[in-house]
Design a binder for this molecule. Structure first.
Ligand SMILES: C[S@@+](CC[C@H](N)C(=O)[O-])C[C@H]1O[C@@H](n2cnc3c(N)ncnc32)[C@H](O)[C@@H]1O
Length: 269
């Protein structure tokens, strides 16, 4: 039998590595349904995935249930072509018919109204001033049905203000999160993702992000100012036994000043 070659910089697909190290699409799809139940908003059928990149949340969404539909939006045609190839590879024809890839700016693109708008992995941090952030939130608000929910995420803690590299080992590769430059004057943050392999090869700067580090109170204020009725924060829990982040997120009004945290933000119409 032919031996499978080990993962390295030439045979690895950076989008596969990204999905394995950064995304938790199954969790997120369940989280959307859970939030709908929790806030008595009925059932969530349609989502709009802003800043979708490879549209993996949308793909998981339509796989989950045959009544679910997704509109996935990204500004970059190249990434939408990658998304299309992945959808053809991983979804049946029937499933992909319920997923629409749309080229456009999430801040202004008009689509059908949906039950839930989702924007994950801090993508809305491309908007670096209040007026453009509020313009995005306002467009998300406009695209929600009466009982709709917006789901976004954020990270913070004092480590978020530092220039640092964090390595996480995965099966066959190491994921490197590089907080490369941080400017405390305006909170501009430049980050990269690199991948390293056991044969010494690397994919340097596989992904680059130019963001503003927004705080939870700033995000909450901007959401409320465009009309969201209620904004709740769900902080990631801590697994005492294994001394690491747990897979549970808790609705909190107050929490410890951890060095690094990740939260989901749920905004209700
Ligand atoms: C951090 S990645 C997306 C990650 C993905 N949402 C996830 O959960 O992992 C950011 C994506 O946003 C897209 N993007 C940046 N600005 C945008 C905009 N104004 N409207 C739509 N897409 C945008 C980029 O092309 C890129 O594919």
């Amino acid at each position: 039998m032919k031996k499978k070659s080990k993962l390295n910089s030439t045979n690895a697909d950076k989008y596969d590595l990204y999905e394995k190290s950064v995304q938790s699409v199954e969790f997120e799809v369940q989280f959307i349904d859970k939030m709908f139940r929790k806030y008595n908003r009925g059932k969530c059928f349609d989502i709009r995935e802003d800043f979708c990149a490879t549209a993996s949340i949308s793909a998981e969404w339509v796989k989950h249930n045959k009544n679910k539909k997704a509109f996935a939006i990204d500004l970059d045609r190249k990434i939408l072509n990658v998304a299309k190839k992945r959808i053809n590879k991983y979804l049946s024809q029937e499933q992909s018919n319920r997923l629409q890839l749309i080229h456009g700016n999430s801040q202004s693109k008009i689509t059908k109204k949906v039950d839930s708008v989702v924007a994950m992995n801090f993508s809305y941090w491309v908007f670096k001033d209040r007026s453009s952030l509020k313009k995005y939130f306002s467009n998300a608000y406009k695209h929600l049905k009466k009982d709709g929910i917006l789901l976004i995420d954020a990270f913070g803690g004092y480590e978020a203000h530092q220039e640092l590299e964090e390595r996480t080992k995965h099966n066959g590769f190491t994921y490197v999160w590089d907080q490369h430059k941080f400017n405390p004057i305006n909170n501009d943050l430049t980050c990269f993702i690199h991948f390293e392999f056991s044969n010494g090869s690397k994919i340097k700067r596989a992904f680059k992000y130019e963001w503003r580090l927004w705080s939870l109170p700033e995000i909450t204020e901007c959401l409320k100012s465009v009309g969201f009725d209620l904004v709740d924060i769900y902080m990631q829990g801590w697994d005492e036994k294994n001394d690491c982040e747990s897979e549970k997120f808790y609705h909190v009004k107050k929490c410890d000043a951890d060095p690094g945290w990740i939260a989901y933000i749920v905004a209700l119409k």
